[in-house]
Design a protein around this ligand. Structure first.
Ligand code: ZN
Length: 369
């Protein structure tokens, strides 16, 4: 393929630390090959100046090849506007940036009936959508961890919202970070507890920038005082705005958006209420303005939910309405599941990592594509 082109010249081996430092600041793609080798392609300002580079990391040493001709940008062939760069499609396939949207509590039927923008994108062929089956118990905290680890709650150990604690399993944030990727999130406080190693500071943790954390850049919200008389849910468009600003400021490779509002209104009014359905539509209404912008910023976008909601204002059990959620995909991946397939929620973690060009962790269930 494009490896070992005749124009490549090898530079001195670099230390692992030097490579990681360089890649965090300026890279466009990477692909794990096997357990120990990473092949990289990146443009811009590298350790040896501007140019296009590729190289491989084997064990603890990195050998970098400087391709004098920036052929990835000049090669005629299929280019993609959606990647936001004038690169060959292959480069984008190797390493993509992904925004994962979790519409908390938005079940499959509610999404299909209310999400006019998302469903329109499916009809137009701009996106694909499948039914996804959650793990159980179909509760928020356990499903956040299942989505990010590819494990059942019985395996990752967070089986109840009352048992929330820091994640102890390999997850999208930790695996991506270990591979030199940048991570970000706009999410409720639970995600801070799961993936940020510091205690929650009520006056400071809502804004988070720490390159040493598994979530490196985040805007969290607490929902303190949440209940039937006050949903204390942020506006959907404000959450989308925060994601956009994080994407523009830090370009995280993996960026999570978690919206709580549909779950909140479902618990207050029930999953068969006008209030719940309206809020599911409100999320879609905000995404209709955000997704085109995120696509232009170079992101693939996945939209799904942690669980559904029944008419008795509840979830956590085995009812279809609790376990069936939508899974929308805006992106360029090939080998997608066939139309009508029912997907497993446990495949999300490996799928996202695959799209980032990072090898999934051992134990994660197989990727969906
Ligand atoms: Zn939830």
């Amino acid at each position: 393929m494009w490896r070992r082109k005749s124009t490549a010249t090898m530079t001195a081996p670099l230390s692992f630390r030097e490579v990681c430092k360089d890649l965090r600041s300026d890279h466009i793609s990477g692909e794990w090959r096997g357990e120990w080798e990473i092949a990289l392609l990146y443009r811009g300002r590298g350790l040896n100046g501007d140019g296009v580079f590729w190289g491989s990391l084997t064990g603890r040493r990195f050998v970098k090849y400087d391709i004098k001709t920036p052929r990835m940008g000049q090669t005629p062939g299929k280019r993609t506007r959606k990647c936001g760069r004038t690169t060959k499609r292959k480069a984008c396939v190797m390493s993509n940036k992904v925004i994962l949207v979790i519409m908390d509590g938005s079940g499959y039927e509610a999404a299909l009936s209310q999400c006019g923008y998302l469903e329109g994108a499916v009809e137009l062929g701009q996106a694909r959508r499948w039914k996804m089956i959650t793990a159980t118990p179909s509760l928020s905290g356990p499903m956040y961890e299942t989505i990010h680890t590819g494990l059942w709650p019985h395996e990752h150990g967070i089986v109840s919202n009352e048992g929330m604690r820091a994640s102890s399993s390999d997850n999208i944030f930790s695996v991506a970070r270990a591979a030199g990727k940048t991570t970000g999130a706009v999410a409720q406080e639970y995600f801070h507890k799961l993936y940020v190693e510091h205690p929650w500071d009520r006056l400071r943790s809502v804004e988070h920038n720490d390159l040493g954390s598994n979530i490196q850049h985040a805007r969290f919200y607490s929902m303190e005082g949440y209940g039937p008389i006050n949903a204390v849910a942020p506006a959907e468009i404000d959450l989308c705005a925060q994601v956009t600003l994080l994407a523009e400021a830090h370009a995280p490779d993996y960026l999570l958006l978690h919206s709580c509002s549909a779950d909140t209104l479902g618990h207050t009014f029930g999953g068969d209420s006008a209030e719940y359905r309206y809020q599911v539509w409100m999320i879609d209404n905000a995404l209709s303005r955000a997704i085109p912008t995120w696509r232009d910023l170079g992101y693939e976008v996945i939209v799904t939910a942690d669980h559904g909601m029944n008419a008795e204002k509840h979830h956590g059990g085995m009812e279809k309405i609790m376990r069936e959620v939508p899974f929308y995909y805006f992106g360029e991946a090939e080998g997608l599941p066939e139309e009508g397939a029912e997907l497993s929620q446990l495949g999300i973690a490996a799928t996202v990592l695959n799209r980032l060009g990072v090898a999934p962790a051992q134990g994660m269930r197989p990727a969906l594509f």
